[in-house]
Design a binder for this molecule. Structure first.
Ligand code: F6P
Length: 492
Protein backbone atom coordinates (compact mmCIF):
# COMPACT_ATOMS: atom_id res chain seq x y z
CA UNK A 1 0.00 0.00 0.00
CA UNK A 2 1.47 3.34 -0.93
CA UNK A 3 0.34 6.90 -0.50
CA UNK A 4 -0.06 7.18 -4.28
CA UNK A 5 -3.16 5.04 -3.88
CA UNK A 6 -4.76 7.81 -1.85
CA UNK A 7 -7.67 9.51 -3.49
CA UNK A 8 -6.87 12.45 -5.75
CA UNK A 9 -8.43 15.86 -5.01
CA UNK A 10 -11.09 15.69 -7.74
CA UNK A 11 -12.75 12.68 -6.07
CA UNK A 12 -13.79 13.56 -2.54
CA UNK A 13 -14.19 9.96 -1.26
CA UNK A 14 -16.15 8.77 1.75
CA UNK A 15 -15.94 10.39 5.17
CA UNK A 16 -16.73 7.14 7.04
CA UNK A 17 -15.45 3.70 6.08
CA UNK A 18 -16.16 0.27 7.50
CA UNK A 19 -14.03 -2.76 6.71
CA UNK A 20 -15.01 -6.35 7.48
CA UNK A 21 -14.48 -9.76 5.96
CA UNK A 22 -18.21 -10.38 5.53
CA UNK A 23 -20.14 -7.57 3.91
CA UNK A 24 -23.75 -6.43 4.06
CA UNK A 25 -24.69 -8.24 0.88
CA UNK A 26 -23.94 -11.61 -0.69
CA UNK A 27 -24.95 -13.07 -4.04
CA UNK A 28 -26.42 -16.30 -5.37
CA UNK A 29 -26.11 -17.63 -8.87
CA UNK A 30 -29.38 -18.89 -10.41
CA UNK A 31 -29.52 -21.77 -12.91
CA UNK A 32 -29.81 -19.29 -15.80
CA UNK A 33 -26.60 -17.57 -14.66
CA UNK A 34 -28.34 -14.51 -13.23
CA UNK A 35 -27.28 -13.05 -9.87
CA UNK A 36 -29.57 -12.35 -6.93
CA UNK A 37 -28.52 -10.34 -3.89
CA UNK A 38 -29.35 -11.19 -0.27
CA UNK A 39 -28.43 -9.77 3.13
CA UNK A 40 -25.04 -10.99 4.41
CA UNK A 41 -25.15 -13.23 7.50
CA UNK A 42 -23.59 -13.15 10.98
CA UNK A 43 -23.82 -11.03 14.10
CA UNK A 44 -21.43 -8.35 12.95
CA UNK A 45 -23.25 -7.84 9.68
CA UNK A 46 -26.67 -7.75 11.39
CA UNK A 47 -25.37 -5.16 13.85
CA UNK A 48 -23.78 -2.94 11.26
CA UNK A 49 -26.71 -3.35 8.87
CA UNK A 50 -29.05 -2.22 11.64
CA UNK A 51 -26.84 0.85 12.05
CA UNK A 52 -27.08 1.45 8.30
CA UNK A 53 -30.90 1.22 8.48
CA UNK A 54 -30.94 3.69 11.37
CA UNK A 55 -29.33 6.27 9.10
CA UNK A 56 -25.94 6.27 10.84
CA UNK A 57 -24.01 5.31 7.74
CA UNK A 58 -24.56 8.05 5.17
CA UNK A 59 -21.54 9.03 3.09
CA UNK A 60 -20.07 5.66 3.97
CA UNK A 61 -18.24 3.00 2.04
CA UNK A 62 -18.20 -0.51 3.45
CA UNK A 63 -15.27 -2.59 2.19
CA UNK A 64 -15.74 -6.38 2.33
CA UNK A 65 -14.40 -9.52 0.65
CA UNK A 66 -16.10 -11.56 -2.06
CA UNK A 67 -16.91 -14.87 -0.36
CA UNK A 68 -18.18 -16.99 -3.23
CA UNK A 69 -18.10 -17.43 -6.98
CA UNK A 70 -21.37 -15.49 -7.23
CA UNK A 71 -19.86 -12.59 -5.25
CA UNK A 72 -16.85 -12.62 -7.58
CA UNK A 73 -19.11 -12.38 -10.60
CA UNK A 74 -20.97 -9.47 -9.03
CA UNK A 75 -17.64 -7.70 -8.42
CA UNK A 76 -16.67 -8.27 -12.05
CA UNK A 77 -19.87 -6.54 -13.16
CA UNK A 78 -19.65 -3.64 -10.69
CA UNK A 79 -17.59 -0.61 -11.75
CA UNK A 80 -14.51 -0.50 -9.46
CA UNK A 81 -16.03 -3.25 -7.33
CA UNK A 82 -18.65 -0.76 -6.08
CA UNK A 83 -21.77 -2.86 -5.66
CA UNK A 84 -23.89 0.20 -4.95
CA UNK A 85 -23.23 1.19 -8.55
CA UNK A 86 -24.88 -2.01 -9.78
CA UNK A 87 -28.49 -1.67 -10.93
CA UNK A 88 -31.09 -2.94 -8.47
CA UNK A 89 -28.83 -3.13 -5.40
CA UNK A 90 -29.77 -1.12 -2.34
CA UNK A 91 -27.84 -1.90 0.83
CA UNK A 92 -28.17 1.51 2.48
CA UNK A 93 -24.46 2.38 2.09
CA UNK A 94 -21.72 2.36 -0.51
CA UNK A 95 -20.21 -1.12 -0.75
CA UNK A 96 -16.89 -2.01 -2.27
CA UNK A 97 -16.33 -5.74 -2.61
CA UNK A 98 -12.81 -7.12 -3.06
CA UNK A 99 -12.13 -10.03 -5.34
CA UNK A 100 -9.17 -11.53 -3.51
CA UNK A 101 -7.87 -14.62 -5.32
CA UNK A 102 -9.43 -17.81 -3.99
CA UNK A 103 -6.22 -19.41 -2.74
CA UNK A 104 -5.14 -16.33 -0.81
CA UNK A 105 -8.63 -16.00 0.59
CA UNK A 106 -8.74 -19.63 1.70
CA UNK A 107 -5.40 -19.40 3.53
CA UNK A 108 -6.19 -16.03 5.13
CA UNK A 109 -9.78 -16.83 6.16
CA UNK A 110 -9.67 -20.54 6.97
CA UNK A 111 -6.12 -21.22 8.05
CA UNK A 112 -4.97 -18.01 9.70
CA UNK A 113 -8.16 -16.26 10.79
CA UNK A 114 -10.36 -19.18 11.77
CA UNK A 115 -7.96 -22.00 12.60
CA UNK A 116 -5.19 -19.96 14.19
CA UNK A 117 -6.40 -16.57 15.44
CA UNK A 118 -9.91 -17.68 16.39
CA UNK A 119 -8.57 -20.67 18.33
CA UNK A 120 -5.92 -18.48 19.95
CA UNK A 121 -8.32 -15.76 21.12
CA UNK A 122 -10.86 -18.34 22.32
CA UNK A 123 -8.07 -20.30 24.06
CA UNK A 124 -9.13 -23.46 22.24
CA UNK A 125 -5.77 -24.86 21.16
CA UNK A 126 -5.34 -28.48 22.28
CA UNK A 127 -1.88 -28.04 23.76
CA UNK A 128 -0.26 -31.49 23.41
CA UNK A 129 -0.68 -31.56 19.62
CA UNK A 130 -1.95 -28.22 18.50
CA UNK A 131 -0.90 -25.65 17.28
CA UNK A 132 2.02 -26.57 15.03
CA UNK A 133 3.68 -23.71 13.18
CA UNK A 134 5.93 -24.97 10.39
CA UNK A 135 6.65 -23.99 6.82
CA UNK A 136 2.98 -24.14 5.87
CA UNK A 137 2.30 -21.35 8.29
CA UNK A 138 4.80 -19.19 6.42
CA UNK A 139 2.62 -19.36 3.28
CA UNK A 140 -0.56 -18.93 5.27
CA UNK A 141 0.79 -15.86 6.98
CA UNK A 142 1.96 -14.40 3.67
CA UNK A 143 -1.60 -14.82 2.40
CA UNK A 144 -3.01 -13.16 5.53
CA UNK A 145 -0.71 -10.21 4.85
CA UNK A 146 -1.83 -9.99 1.19
CA UNK A 147 -5.47 -10.18 2.21
CA UNK A 148 -4.97 -7.38 4.77
CA UNK A 149 -3.06 -5.37 2.17
CA UNK A 150 -5.95 -5.62 -0.28
CA UNK A 151 -8.26 -4.10 2.35
CA UNK A 152 -5.78 -1.39 3.30
CA UNK A 153 -5.31 -0.45 -0.37
CA UNK A 154 -9.07 -0.23 -1.02
CA UNK A 155 -9.62 1.85 2.11
CA UNK A 156 -6.76 4.18 1.17
CA UNK A 157 -8.38 4.63 -2.23
CA UNK A 158 -11.94 5.19 -1.03
CA UNK A 159 -11.29 7.50 1.96
CA UNK A 160 -11.71 11.26 1.83
CA UNK A 161 -8.97 13.32 3.51
CA UNK A 162 -9.27 13.00 7.30
CA UNK A 163 -11.95 10.29 7.02
CA UNK A 164 -12.79 7.98 9.93
CA UNK A 165 -12.29 4.28 9.36
CA UNK A 166 -13.68 1.45 11.49
CA UNK A 167 -11.87 -1.84 10.85
CA UNK A 168 -13.63 -4.95 12.13
CA UNK A 169 -12.30 -8.08 13.72
CA UNK A 170 -9.48 -10.61 13.71
CA UNK A 171 -9.42 -11.10 9.94
CA UNK A 172 -8.04 -7.57 9.66
CA UNK A 173 -5.57 -7.17 12.52
CA UNK A 174 -2.84 -5.84 10.21
CA UNK A 175 -4.96 -3.26 8.39
CA UNK A 176 -4.65 -0.33 10.84
CA UNK A 177 -0.83 -0.36 10.63
CA UNK A 178 -0.80 -0.72 6.83
CA UNK A 179 -3.40 1.99 6.39
CA UNK A 180 -1.68 4.39 8.77
CA UNK A 181 1.45 4.14 6.64
CA UNK A 182 -0.44 4.84 3.42
CA UNK A 183 -2.78 7.49 4.81
CA UNK A 184 -1.48 9.15 7.98
CA UNK A 185 -4.31 11.69 7.65
CA UNK A 186 -7.00 9.10 8.52
CA UNK A 187 -8.50 8.44 11.94
CA UNK A 188 -8.52 4.71 12.40
CA UNK A 189 -10.46 2.56 14.83
CA UNK A 190 -10.32 -1.21 15.13
CA UNK A 191 -12.98 -3.30 16.82
CA UNK A 192 -12.37 -6.91 17.88
CA UNK A 193 -15.58 -8.97 18.12
CA UNK A 194 -13.85 -11.98 19.69
CA UNK A 195 -12.28 -12.24 23.12
CA UNK A 196 -8.56 -11.49 23.31
CA UNK A 197 -6.13 -14.18 24.44
CA UNK A 198 -4.10 -13.83 27.63
CA UNK A 199 -0.38 -13.28 26.84
CA UNK A 200 0.39 -16.84 27.99
CA UNK A 201 -1.64 -18.18 25.02
CA UNK A 202 -1.03 -15.32 22.59
CA UNK A 203 2.70 -15.98 22.78
CA UNK A 204 2.19 -19.46 21.33
CA UNK A 205 1.86 -17.71 17.97
CA UNK A 206 5.15 -17.44 16.08
CA UNK A 207 6.98 -14.39 17.44
CA UNK A 208 6.89 -12.51 14.13
CA UNK A 209 3.12 -13.02 13.78
CA UNK A 210 2.41 -11.94 17.37
CA UNK A 211 4.52 -8.83 16.83
CA UNK A 212 2.89 -7.98 13.50
CA UNK A 213 -0.54 -8.34 15.05
CA UNK A 214 0.07 -5.98 17.94
CA UNK A 215 1.92 -3.49 15.74
CA UNK A 216 -0.88 -3.69 13.17
CA UNK A 217 -3.44 -2.98 15.88
CA UNK A 218 -1.33 -0.14 17.28
CA UNK A 219 -1.62 1.58 13.90
CA UNK A 220 -5.12 2.52 15.06
CA UNK A 221 -6.05 5.52 17.20
CA UNK A 222 -8.54 3.41 19.10
CA UNK A 223 -8.83 -0.33 19.69
CA UNK A 224 -12.33 -1.34 20.76
CA UNK A 225 -13.52 -4.47 22.60
CA UNK A 226 -16.82 -5.77 23.97
CA UNK A 227 -15.57 -6.01 27.57
CA UNK A 228 -12.89 -4.63 29.85
CA UNK A 229 -11.45 -8.14 30.26
CA UNK A 230 -10.71 -8.49 26.52
CA UNK A 231 -9.38 -4.91 26.36
CA UNK A 232 -6.99 -5.56 29.25
CA UNK A 233 -5.75 -8.82 27.71
CA UNK A 234 -4.91 -6.86 24.55
CA UNK A 235 -3.00 -4.27 26.56
CA UNK A 236 -1.12 -7.01 28.40
CA UNK A 237 -0.23 -8.74 25.11
CA UNK A 238 1.20 -5.50 23.72
CA UNK A 239 3.62 -5.14 26.62
CA UNK A 240 4.41 -8.88 26.69
CA UNK A 241 5.26 -8.95 22.98
CA UNK A 242 6.91 -5.54 22.54
CA UNK A 243 8.80 -5.45 25.82
CA UNK A 244 9.55 -2.49 28.11
CA UNK A 245 9.30 0.05 25.23
CA UNK A 246 5.51 -0.40 25.31
CA UNK A 247 3.28 0.66 28.19
CA UNK A 248 -0.38 -0.04 28.98
CA UNK A 249 -2.01 2.10 31.67
CA UNK A 250 -5.51 0.61 31.54
CA UNK A 251 -6.83 3.06 28.99
CA UNK A 252 -4.16 3.29 26.27
CA UNK A 253 -1.07 1.57 24.88
CA UNK A 254 1.90 3.82 24.15
CA UNK A 255 4.57 2.65 21.75
CA UNK A 256 7.24 4.73 20.01
CA UNK A 257 5.52 7.99 20.89
CA UNK A 258 2.09 6.96 19.55
CA UNK A 259 -0.91 6.36 21.78
CA UNK A 260 -3.68 3.90 20.95
CA UNK A 261 -6.73 4.25 23.19
CA UNK A 262 -8.07 0.91 24.42
CA UNK A 263 -11.84 1.27 24.78
CA UNK A 264 -14.86 -0.83 25.70
CA UNK A 265 -17.97 -0.61 23.49
CA UNK A 266 -20.33 -3.52 24.27
CA UNK A 267 -22.56 -4.16 21.27
CA UNK A 268 -26.27 -4.44 22.09
CA UNK A 269 -29.46 -4.97 20.15
CA UNK A 270 -32.01 -2.54 18.76
CA UNK A 271 -35.11 -3.96 20.43
CA UNK A 272 -37.69 -2.23 18.20
CA UNK A 273 -35.83 -3.19 15.07
CA UNK A 274 -35.57 -6.83 16.17
CA UNK A 275 -39.30 -6.94 17.04
CA UNK A 276 -40.09 -5.62 13.57
CA UNK A 277 -37.89 -8.25 11.96
CA UNK A 278 -39.55 -10.95 14.09
CA UNK A 279 -43.03 -9.84 13.11
CA UNK A 280 -42.89 -11.74 9.83
CA UNK A 281 -45.23 -14.40 8.43
CA UNK A 282 -42.48 -17.06 8.46
CA UNK A 283 -41.97 -16.61 12.21
CA UNK A 284 -45.74 -16.63 12.88
CA UNK A 285 -46.11 -19.95 11.07
CA UNK A 286 -43.20 -21.43 13.01
CA UNK A 287 -44.55 -20.18 16.32
CA UNK A 288 -47.88 -21.96 15.84
CA UNK A 289 -46.11 -25.10 14.70
CA UNK A 290 -43.65 -25.19 17.61
CA UNK A 291 -46.42 -24.60 20.16
CA UNK A 292 -48.34 -27.51 18.68
CA UNK A 293 -45.30 -29.80 18.53
CA UNK A 294 -44.20 -29.20 22.11
CA UNK A 295 -47.63 -30.35 23.28
CA UNK A 296 -47.61 -28.44 26.57
CA UNK A 297 -44.02 -29.36 27.48
CA UNK A 298 -41.51 -26.75 28.69
CA UNK A 299 -39.04 -25.65 26.05
CA UNK A 300 -35.30 -25.16 26.47
CA UNK A 301 -33.63 -23.50 23.51
CA UNK A 302 -30.16 -22.96 22.20
CA UNK A 303 -29.30 -21.12 18.97
CA UNK A 304 -25.67 -21.11 17.92
CA UNK A 305 -23.38 -21.38 14.98
CA UNK A 306 -22.05 -24.97 14.79
CA UNK A 307 -18.98 -23.78 16.61
CA UNK A 308 -16.69 -25.42 19.18
CA UNK A 309 -16.51 -22.26 21.33
CA UNK A 310 -20.29 -22.37 21.81
CA UNK A 311 -19.88 -25.50 23.96
CA UNK A 312 -22.82 -27.35 22.45
CA UNK A 313 -21.57 -30.78 23.58
CA UNK A 314 -21.28 -29.81 27.27
CA UNK A 315 -24.65 -28.09 27.04
CA UNK A 316 -26.19 -31.37 25.86
CA UNK A 317 -24.38 -33.35 28.54
CA UNK A 318 -25.75 -30.96 31.16
CA UNK A 319 -29.27 -31.59 29.83
CA UNK A 320 -28.63 -35.35 30.08
CA UNK A 321 -27.63 -34.87 33.74
CA UNK A 322 -30.81 -32.93 34.35
CA UNK A 323 -32.91 -35.77 32.93
CA UNK A 324 -30.90 -38.42 34.77
CA UNK A 325 -30.93 -36.81 38.21
CA UNK A 326 -34.27 -35.02 38.08
CA UNK A 327 -36.58 -37.56 36.48
CA UNK A 328 -39.56 -35.31 37.16
CA UNK A 329 -38.57 -33.36 34.03
CA UNK A 330 -38.68 -36.41 31.74
CA UNK A 331 -41.40 -36.03 29.15
CA UNK A 332 -42.16 -32.55 30.54
CA UNK A 333 -39.40 -30.70 28.75
CA UNK A 334 -37.83 -30.61 25.30
CA UNK A 335 -34.51 -29.13 24.20
CA UNK A 336 -34.45 -27.47 20.78
CA UNK A 337 -30.85 -27.06 19.60
CA UNK A 338 -30.54 -25.01 16.41
CA UNK A 339 -27.00 -25.01 15.03
CA UNK A 340 -26.32 -22.91 11.95
CA UNK A 341 -23.69 -24.54 9.74
CA UNK A 342 -20.42 -22.65 10.01
CA UNK A 343 -16.85 -22.88 8.69
CA UNK A 344 -17.41 -26.38 7.34
CA UNK A 345 -14.08 -26.31 5.46
CA UNK A 346 -12.21 -26.85 8.72
CA UNK A 347 -11.76 -30.36 10.19
CA UNK A 348 -12.20 -29.02 13.72
CA UNK A 349 -15.71 -27.84 12.87
CA UNK A 350 -16.64 -31.08 11.09
CA UNK A 351 -15.40 -33.13 14.04
CA UNK A 352 -17.31 -30.95 16.46
CA UNK A 353 -20.49 -31.37 14.46
CA UNK A 354 -20.07 -35.16 14.57
CA UNK A 355 -19.57 -34.93 18.35
CA UNK A 356 -22.79 -33.03 19.08
CA UNK A 357 -24.78 -35.25 16.70
CA UNK A 358 -23.52 -38.31 18.61
CA UNK A 359 -24.37 -36.91 22.04
CA UNK A 360 -27.84 -35.98 20.78
CA UNK A 361 -28.41 -39.54 19.55
CA UNK A 362 -27.23 -40.95 22.88
CA UNK A 363 -29.60 -38.73 24.87
CA UNK A 364 -32.56 -39.53 22.64
CA UNK A 365 -31.74 -43.26 22.84
CA UNK A 366 -31.35 -43.20 26.64
CA UNK A 367 -34.40 -41.13 27.56
CA UNK A 368 -36.68 -40.90 24.51
CA UNK A 369 -40.04 -42.64 24.36
CA UNK A 370 -42.48 -43.36 21.57
CA UNK A 371 -44.03 -39.90 21.81
CA UNK A 372 -41.22 -37.85 23.35
CA UNK A 373 -37.93 -36.90 21.68
CA UNK A 374 -35.87 -35.12 24.36
CA UNK A 375 -33.55 -33.26 21.94
CA UNK A 376 -34.66 -31.76 18.64
CA UNK A 377 -31.39 -30.95 16.86
CA UNK A 378 -31.50 -28.92 13.64
CA UNK A 379 -28.34 -28.15 11.74
CA UNK A 380 -29.48 -25.61 9.20
CA UNK A 381 -30.09 -21.91 8.95
CA UNK A 382 -33.75 -21.10 9.50
CA UNK A 383 -33.91 -17.58 10.85
CA UNK A 384 -37.74 -17.34 11.14
CA UNK A 385 -37.74 -20.58 13.20
CA UNK A 386 -35.11 -19.16 15.58
CA UNK A 387 -37.11 -15.95 16.00
CA UNK A 388 -40.27 -17.93 16.76
CA UNK A 389 -38.52 -20.24 19.20
CA UNK A 390 -37.06 -17.29 21.11
CA UNK A 391 -40.58 -15.88 21.48
CA UNK A 392 -41.95 -18.99 23.18
CA UNK A 393 -39.03 -20.77 24.89
CA UNK A 394 -38.96 -21.03 28.70
CA UNK A 395 -35.18 -21.19 28.96
CA UNK A 396 -32.30 -20.18 26.66
CA UNK A 397 -28.88 -21.75 27.20
CA UNK A 398 -25.80 -19.80 26.10
CA UNK A 399 -22.83 -21.57 27.70
CA UNK A 400 -19.79 -20.74 25.50
CA UNK A 401 -16.33 -21.68 26.74
CA UNK A 402 -15.30 -18.15 25.75
CA UNK A 403 -17.19 -15.66 23.60
CA UNK A 404 -16.58 -12.05 22.52
CA UNK A 405 -20.15 -11.04 23.35
CA UNK A 406 -22.99 -13.51 22.48
CA UNK A 407 -25.91 -11.59 21.03
CA UNK A 408 -28.26 -14.60 21.21
CA UNK A 409 -28.47 -14.11 24.99
CA UNK A 410 -29.67 -10.56 24.40
CA UNK A 411 -31.98 -11.29 21.46
CA UNK A 412 -33.78 -14.13 23.25
CA UNK A 413 -34.68 -11.88 26.17
CA UNK A 414 -35.95 -9.15 23.87
CA UNK A 415 -38.12 -11.48 21.80
CA UNK A 416 -39.55 -13.52 24.65
CA UNK A 417 -43.32 -13.13 25.03
CA UNK A 418 -43.80 -14.47 28.57
CA UNK A 419 -40.30 -14.11 29.98
CA UNK A 420 -37.32 -16.43 29.55
CA UNK A 421 -34.72 -17.81 31.95
CA UNK A 422 -31.20 -17.15 30.67
CA UNK A 423 -28.55 -19.76 31.54
CA UNK A 424 -25.37 -17.84 30.81
CA UNK A 425 -21.69 -18.71 30.81
CA UNK A 426 -19.50 -16.48 32.92
CA UNK A 427 -16.97 -16.67 30.03
CA UNK A 428 -19.27 -14.85 27.58
CA UNK A 429 -18.73 -11.13 26.99
CA UNK A 430 -22.46 -10.67 27.65
CA UNK A 431 -21.89 -11.84 31.25
CA UNK A 432 -20.69 -8.34 32.22
CA UNK A 433 -24.03 -6.77 31.36
CA UNK A 434 -26.47 -9.64 31.99
CA UNK A 435 -25.05 -11.41 35.05
CA UNK A 436 -27.46 -9.73 37.50
CA UNK A 437 -30.52 -11.30 35.87
CA UNK A 438 -29.12 -14.56 34.48
CA UNK A 439 -28.50 -18.06 35.88
CA UNK A 440 -24.73 -17.91 35.68
CA UNK A 441 -22.61 -21.01 35.05
CA UNK A 442 -19.03 -22.14 34.75
CA UNK A 443 -19.27 -23.57 31.21
CA UNK A 444 -17.00 -26.51 32.04
CA UNK A 445 -19.16 -27.63 34.96
CA UNK A 446 -22.04 -29.60 33.47
CA UNK A 447 -23.51 -30.46 36.88
CA UNK A 448 -23.76 -26.80 37.75
CA UNK A 449 -25.24 -26.12 34.30
CA UNK A 450 -27.85 -28.85 34.88
CA UNK A 451 -28.77 -27.22 38.20
CA UNK A 452 -29.01 -23.81 36.53
CA UNK A 453 -31.35 -25.20 33.86
CA UNK A 454 -33.46 -26.72 36.63
CA UNK A 455 -33.57 -23.40 38.52
CA UNK A 456 -34.50 -21.51 35.37
CA UNK A 457 -37.27 -24.01 34.56
CA UNK A 458 -38.55 -23.83 38.14
CA UNK A 459 -38.82 -20.03 38.37
CA UNK A 460 -42.29 -18.59 38.91
CA UNK A 461 -43.81 -16.65 35.98
CA UNK A 462 -43.40 -13.46 38.01
CA UNK A 463 -39.70 -14.07 38.66
CA UNK A 464 -39.12 -14.95 35.02
CA UNK A 465 -40.82 -11.77 33.83
CA UNK A 466 -38.90 -9.63 36.30
CA UNK A 467 -35.53 -11.13 35.33
CA UNK A 468 -36.36 -10.82 31.63
CA UNK A 469 -37.27 -7.15 31.98
CA UNK A 470 -33.88 -6.51 33.55
CA UNK A 471 -32.15 -8.47 30.78
CA UNK A 472 -33.96 -6.46 28.11
CA UNK A 473 -33.02 -3.20 29.75
CA UNK A 474 -29.31 -4.18 29.66
CA UNK A 475 -29.48 -5.80 26.21
CA UNK A 476 -30.86 -2.70 24.51
CA UNK A 477 -28.53 -0.16 26.16
CA UNK A 478 -26.09 -0.09 23.23
CA UNK A 479 -28.09 -0.60 20.03
CA UNK A 480 -25.85 -0.87 16.94
CA UNK A 481 -26.58 2.68 15.77
CA UNK A 482 -25.45 4.15 19.09
CA UNK A 483 -22.57 1.67 19.36
CA UNK A 484 -21.28 2.90 16.02
CA UNK A 485 -21.90 6.61 16.61
CA UNK A 486 -20.05 6.53 19.91
CA UNK A 487 -17.04 4.93 18.25
CA UNK A 488 -17.11 7.47 15.44
CA UNK A 489 -17.47 10.35 17.90
CA UNK A 490 -14.55 9.01 19.93
CA UNK A 491 -12.50 9.06 16.72
CA UNK A 492 -13.40 12.67 15.88
O1 F6P B 1 -16.41 -12.11 15.73
C1 F6P B 1 -17.16 -13.17 15.47
C2 F6P B 1 -17.79 -13.20 14.09
O2 F6P B 1 -17.04 -12.53 13.13
C3 F6P B 1 -19.18 -12.62 14.17
O3 F6P B 1 -19.25 -11.29 13.91
C4 F6P B 1 -19.93 -13.46 13.21
O4 F6P B 1 -21.24 -13.67 13.61
C5 F6P B 1 -19.20 -14.76 13.21
O5 F6P B 1 -17.91 -14.53 13.71
C6 F6P B 1 -19.29 -15.36 11.85
O6 F6P B 1 -18.16 -15.95 11.40
P1 F6P B 1 -17.98 -16.25 9.87
O7 F6P B 1 -17.97 -14.93 9.17
O8 F6P B 1 -16.70 -16.98 9.80
O9 F6P B 1 -19.15 -17.08 9.47
Amino acid sequence: VTTTEARSGDQPGASVLIASNRGPVSFKLAGDGSLTAAKGSGGLVSGLSAAARSGELTDTVWVAAALSEADRQAVAQAPGGRLDHLDGIDVGTGVRMLDIDEHTYDLAYNQVSNRTLWFCNHVMFGMPEDPVFGEQFFYQWEAYRRYNQAFAAALAEEAAPGARVLVQDYHLFLVPGMLREARPDLRIGHFTHTPWAPPETFRWLPDHAAREIVLGMLGSDQAGFHTRAWADEFGRCCTAVLGPGATYDGSAVTWEGRRTRVEVFPLGVDGDDLQLVADQPGAHVWRDRLIKERAGRRMILRVDRSEPSKNIVRGLLAYAELLRHRPEWRDHVVLHAYCNPSRGDLDEYQDYSIAFHEVTEQINAEFGTLDWTPVILKVDDDFPRSLAAMQIADVIVTNPVRDGMNLVAKEAAILSHDGIGLVLSREAGAFDELRHAAYVVNPFDISQTADAIHDALSATPGERRERTDRLVEAATRWPPGLWLTIQLTALS
